[in-house]
Design a protein around this ligand. Structure first.
Ligand SMILES: C[S@@+](CC[C@H](N)C(=O)[O-])C[C@H]1O[C@@H](n2cnc3c(N)ncnc32)[C@H](O)[C@@H]1O
Length: 204
């Protein structure tokens, strides 16, 4: 099995946002900003995800009929903005986050906005799918322990059709390895890559 790259055109930046997405992104930025001000250690080297670009990428993926189903999972969901944007696109969406404080923050925001997005506390690394010891030694900014969170969700990793992750620069390969090992054939992995924009891979 391999990962096939799909080029997302530059002109997706011209795609419109609906009002609900604009409101969610503004609220998400406010919460993230407040969190960073309260946590000096987080501020250093902190790069924000471009949620506007993410919303446009989701629109483009749908317009081009790239999805094989409607289930979305954000790997390391933080404040959960990506998973909530996916709900606004009509996807059945969950976020997995290892920090319980962030799970609470994301769940509160989803409640406030009356969105059905569900957030789960745990590691998105499923048990027994890859050589985690080798792979884990190559990354610094990801929790690499294996977990049973998919059981709590009631879905296996290979039940999802689209994943989103915002990896630390240079640590994309960890997310790709987890995706390649655990996701279904034909599912998609969308990643935010800072200045390089959005990357999209299909497992083939
Ligand atoms: C760069 S932040 C991205 C947050 C969010 N996806 C976004 O785009 O704003 C990465 C997040 O992944 C979480 N994380 C790291 N390793 C994880 C793991 N194994 N399982 C679940 N969450 C993890 C971190 O706590 C952090 O909130």
């Amino acid at each position: 099995m391999t990962l096939q790259s799909i080029d997302i055109p530059e002109d997706i930046k011209q795609l419109a946002h609906d009002d609900a997405a604009t409101n969610l992104i503004a609220l998400g930025h406010e919460r993230i900003e407040a969190f960073m001000q309260d946590n000096d250690s987080v501020t250093e080297n902190f790069v924000r995800c471009d949620f506007h670009l993410l919303d446009q990428a989701l629109t483009w993926i749908e317009q081009n009929h790239l999805l094989t189903g409607r289930r979305f999972c954000e790997l390391g969901s933080g404040f959960g903005v990506a998973a909530m944007l996916a709900s606004l696109h009509g996807l059945e969406s969950v976020g997995i986050e290892v920090e319980s404080y962030l799970v609470d923050q994301a769940s509160d925001l989803a409640d406030e906005l009356d969105l059905p997005t569900a957030f789960y506390c745990g590691s998105f690394v499923p048990r027994g799918v890859l050589d985690i010891e080798q792979l884990g030694s190559e990354v610094e900014h990801v929790e690499t322990h294996e977990d049973d969170v998919y059981e709590e969700i009631g879905l296996a990793m290979d039940d999802f059709d689209l994943f989103f992750a915002f990896p630390w620069p240079g640590e994309e390969h960890f997310f790709e390895a987890v995706f390649e090992a655990g996701a279904a054939v034909n599912s998609l992995l969308l990643t935010f890559r800072g200045r390089d924009g959005m990357g999209l891979l299909r497992k083939v």
